[in-house]
Design a protein around this ligand. Structure first.
Ligand code: SF4
Length: 175
């Protein structure tokens, strides 16, 4: 399909929700979501949309800017935990909103954490998130230093096909 941003809405021919989303994007206003957000400034060069399901990350990279960004000490940041008890429910609601609005941009998992951090071994929020993204036919990008842990979600990533982009750093696995 041609890029709807380059076309008149009538020529795009999408449904009303898609047209509304296109108008909103042209005006710089996306549907209101908070868990799935548009990274600002230079961060926006890395991802149009992102979602952080964990607070912190326990990979412990020396150069990590996460603690500074979240105003946490390095020790606090290292105690990676789900962002809230209902983070998956919130994520699902926002995926539904974006799906209805015809969102086609890729959602980065995750910006201020790692989708396959050690905490994910216990909580498995990343797998739940991919299931939801597939359910709502949304595009997503996984960037991880979790090594081969991504293997356990290959079945879901295969289902996503071209909607999924995955890059992992092999060699830091603690599966
Ligand atoms: S994997 Fe990313 S978020 Fe986690 S500590 Fe390393 S740089 Fe920070």
């Amino acid at each position: 399909m041609p890029d709807p941003e380059q076309m008149d809405l009538d020529a795009f021919g999408g449904n009303k929700a898609q047209q509304a989303a296109t108008v909103a994007r042209r005006k710089g206003k996306s549907p209101k979501t908070t868990i799935i957000y548009e990274p600002r400034g230079r961060a926006g060069e890395y991802a149009a949309l992102a979602a952080n399901l964990y607070t912190g990350c326990d990979h412990g990279c020396g150069y990590c800017w996460g603690p500074r960004l979240l105003h946490l000490t390095k020790e606090e940041f290292m105690r990676a935990r789900p962002r809230s008890e209902d983070i998956i429910e919130k994520f699902r609601r926002e995926c539904e909103i974006l799906s209805k609005a015809g969102e086609k941009r890729s959602i980065l998992l995750m910006f201020t954490s790692d989708p396959y951090c050690c905490a994910d071994l216990k909580h498995k929020l990343t797998r739940q998130a991919i299931e939801i993204l597939n359910e709502y036919n949304l595009h997503f990008t996984i960037l991880s230093k979790g090594g081969m842990r991504v293997r356990r979600d290959y079945d879901l990533i295969r289902q996503a096909g071209e909607r999924a982009t995955v890059a992992t750093k092999i060699g830091r696995a603690h599966v």
